[in-house]
Structure formats: structure tokens, C-alpha cells
Design a protein around this ligand. Structure first.
Ligand SMILES: Cc1cc2nc3c(=O)[nH]c(=O)nc-3n(C[C@H](O)[C@H](O)[C@H](O)COP(=O)(O)O)c2cc1C
Length: 382
């Protein structure tokens, strides 16, 4: 195997566990609760279906981002290199993992820099944790992270669930909002507010939208779940007492991706919304766009296929996802992403309908306005 993941390190622990173990939540994204009408007379040439779109000021060839996972340990650099080569080959966006290690240890910067080296043209998203902001990071560290990979945007990741489940987690969250706003005001590139598998809620999106954020990566429930990862890690380290204290949350706590996307669009209408967390197929991306997302993002499937099947496997996977997105556009009778976004949809699952209705979701109004995301006024869920 090309990847040496034997060193004892938290980052490598996370990669080993997520690749080898069942770390995905039992709960679903609820995307299966969406119904979109099939069109038997598409009148569209499959070869002319256009899946390109804009992201962070650049044109990308498909509405896809491989979201941030790694870097910060020498053994992870190859992963970033191969993900970058793949992103560049297909003209899709890429995020790197938390850059904290390299901000604090300059000798690790190269493990992130490879991303820009091998993906010179695509949008790259830098990454820092909101917890680091609370612990004293400011614009200086943010600029370090951005410059390190000549990033087009910087993700500030929110991961309270992981922090409370992590043996060495940081759990003092007060003061977080004002620190984020400081960065939003001063950052030279857009800030992407990103969850990590438990889903952004409408309140969080709305507050940050009002304060100037225009990029959201919902990273909802239904995919990789950090409660599960950290419980497995605690068990592997022999800390059964800690693991037992936490068991149980992993499968169900969080905002499912479909709910998060719709509520994010309602709360931040003219923003760019990444639908992620449990996105596993091109059809998931098609549904994500129909319900109001701009891009689909995934992390774990790319990592797994890369570690297990190498670059060829990753290439096959990304190609098939892009093809599936094209198929979905065609089968709705659309020619491009903009037309797909304007297809109407119905919520067919009671669970999704119930949690949306509870937030004031009105299908008629939503279907009418979600495709014109130039709308400047949030759709009143509050
Ligand atoms: C091994 C691994 C490491 C990750 N590290 C980070 C990170 O450093 N920063 C971050 O914002 N998200 C991180 N994530 C979260 C992903 O970007 C993504 O939001 C989450 O895994 C849900 O997507 P998925 O279900 O497709 O995996 C990581 C995910 C994985 C699998």
C-alpha cells in the first residue's frame, strides 16, 4: 500500500478509523425523502448537458467539492497530493483539513502546500477550527492558512460534537461568534462556515448571514459521524470508560443534510450552499441542487476509495459521480445546473416534512423562490 498510516498520531488515527470502521451514522441525510419528477421527453442532448458552475470566483467543471480532511502529518501529504491531482483533472473544488498543525509547526506546511502545487487552477478552501479562534487564533493565523495554499476561501469548521467526544477536545465555546465575525470582516477571501457532519441549523446560518457570511457548507447528519469516530478511537486506546460515557449519540444526533440545505437556503437566500454530509452518489448531488444547494461535497468516500483502490479507484469514483449528475440533469429535462435548480420538488417523507413544517417551511413559496437565489430577504422561518 502506498500510504504509510502506521505512525501514532491523532490525524492518522482518524484516517485509519474512518477508512476501516463503520463511522457513518445510521440516520440518513433524508435526501431519500425528496421526490423529483422524471421527464420521459427530455429533448436534451446528453453531450450538451453542462454541469459547470461558479464557486469562489472561479468556474468549475462540475458542482462538486471534495471537502477538507487532512494534512499536518508527513504521511498525509500523499493523500492531499492525490486528491489535488484528481480535483485538477476534473476541474472540481477541493478543501484541505485543519491547518492548525502547520500554523504551529512550519516544517509541516508542505503537507498542505502540495494541494495548490498539484491543483493550480481549481478553487481551494483553507481550513481552521472555530475552537482555535477561541483559543487565541486571529487574522494572522488565518492569513497564514490562506497564503499556505493560496486559498480562494477559508473554511471555519464548527465541530462542538466532536470536541465534546474527543479525549483531548476543547469544550469552551463561549465567545466563538465574535471571533468568527472578526475573521469575516478582515479575511481577504470569503469565509465558508462549515459543519463537520452534524449539520448547520437555520439559526446559525441566519445569524452568520446577517453578519456578512455568504458561503455555507452544511455538512449534515447522514454520513461520517465524529461521535462514532471518537468512541472508536477511545476504545482503540483502551479508554473504555470514556467510550462508554459517549456511546449512543453517534447515530442520531444532528441536522440531516436535506433539512440543513433547505433551511440554509431559506435563511441565507443569496448565498452559496454546499450540500454535504452523506453525499455518496451523483443522484444525491442532483437532489441537493433541486432542493436549493449549489454544490455537493463529500469527504469519506474519496478518502476510502483512494486508500483502498489508489488513484485509479478515485478517478473512477469521481468520473461516475460527474456522469450521474449529468444523467440527473437530463432526466429532469434540464440542460444545466441553473435549470436543475429551478425544478420543483415535493417532500414525500413524513419525517422531513414534519421537521421542515416545524420551522415554518412552506413548499409553495420555497419552490417559487429557491431557484432565484438573488433574493435578498430570508424566507421567514423565525
Ligand atoms: C478523515 C477525515 C478528516 C476530516 N478532517 C476535517 C478537518 O480537518 N476539517 C474539517 O472542516 N472537516 C473535516 N472532516 C469532515 C469532512 O470535511 C465532512 O464535513 C464530513 O466528513 C462529512 O462528509 P462525508 O459524510 O462525506 O464524510 C474530516 C472528515 C474525515 C473523513
Amino acid at each position: 500500500m502506498e500510504f504509510d498510516l502506521t505512525t501514532k498520531d491523532r490525524k492518522l488515527d482518524h484516517i485509519k478509523i474512518t477508512v476501516d470502521k463503520n463511522v457513518e451514522s445510521e440516520a440518513s441525510t433524508l435526501l431519500e425523502g425528496i421526490f423529483v419528477t422524471h421527464n420521459s421527453l427530455p429533448e436534451v442532448d446528453m453531450n450538451e448537458v453542462d454541469v459547470s458552475t461558479n464557486f469562489l470566483g472561479k468556474r468549475i467543471d462540475a458542482p462538486i467539492i471534495i471537502t477538507g480532511m487532512t494534512g499536518g502529518h508527513p504521511d498525509t501529504a500523499k493523500i492531499n497530493e492525490y486528491l489535488a491531482l484528481e480535483a485538477e483533472k476534473h476541474g472540481i473544488a477541493l478543501g484541505v483539513g485543519s491547518q492548525r498543525a502547520a500554523i504551529e509547526h512550519k516544517d509541516l506546511e508542505w503537507t498542505f502546500r502540495v494541494a495548490r502545487k498539484y491543483a493550480p487552477n481549481v478553487p481551494l478552501v483553507a481550513n481552521i477550527g472555530a475552537s482555535q479562534l477561541i483559543k487565541g487564533y486571529g487574522i494572522k493565523e488565518v492569513l497564514d492558512a490562506i497564503q499556505m495554499i493560496e486559498a480562494d476561501g477559508i473554511a471555519i469548521h464548527l465541530n462542538p460534537l466532536q470536541e465534546v467526544f474527543q479525549l483531548e477536545g476543547d469544550t469552551e465555546f463561549n465567545g466563538i461568534l465574535s471571533k468568527i465575525i472578526e475573521i469575516v470582516d478582515e479575511s481577504p477571501v470569503p469565509v465558508v462556515i462549515k459543519e463537520t457532519g452534524t449539520g448547520l441549523s437555520p439559526e446559525v446560518v441566519y445569524v452568520l448571514y446577517r453578519l456578512g457570511v455568504r458561503y455555507f457548507d452544511v455538512s449534515g447528519l447522514g454520513g461520517t459521524n465524529w461521535a462514532k469516530v471518537e468512541v472508536l478511537r477511545a476504545k482503540a486506546r483502551g479508554n473504555r470508560k470514556f467510550a462508554a460515557r459517549l456511546d449512543g449519540y453517534g447515530d442520531f444526533w444532528g441536522n440531516p443534510t436535506a433539512y440543513s440545505v433547505i433551511m440554509a437556503r431559506m435563511s441565507a437566500p443569496d448565498s452559496t450552499i454546499i450540500s454535504s454530509g452523506g453525499i455518496r452518489t451523483g443522484m444525491d448531488i442532483v437532489y441537493s441542487i433541486v432542493i436549493g444547494g449549489d454544490l455537493g461535497g463529500f469527504a469519506l468516500p474519496a478518502l476510502r476509495v483512494l486508500v483502498k483502490e489508489g488513484r485509479e479507484g478515485l478517478n473512477r469514483f469521481v468520473e461516475s459521480i460527474i456522469y450521474q449528475v449529468k444523467v440527473g440533469i437530463l432526466l429532469t429535462g434540464s440542460r444545466n445546473i441553473e435549470e436543475l435548480r429551478c425544478r420543483k420538488f415535493t417532500i414525500k417523507s413524513n419525517e422531513l416534512r414534519l421537521i421542515l413544517t416545524n420551522e415554518g417551511y412552506d413548499p409553495y413559496r420555497y419552490n417559487r423562490v429557491k431557484c432565484h437565489n438573488k433574493l435578498k430577504v430570508p424566507l421567514g422561518w423565525m
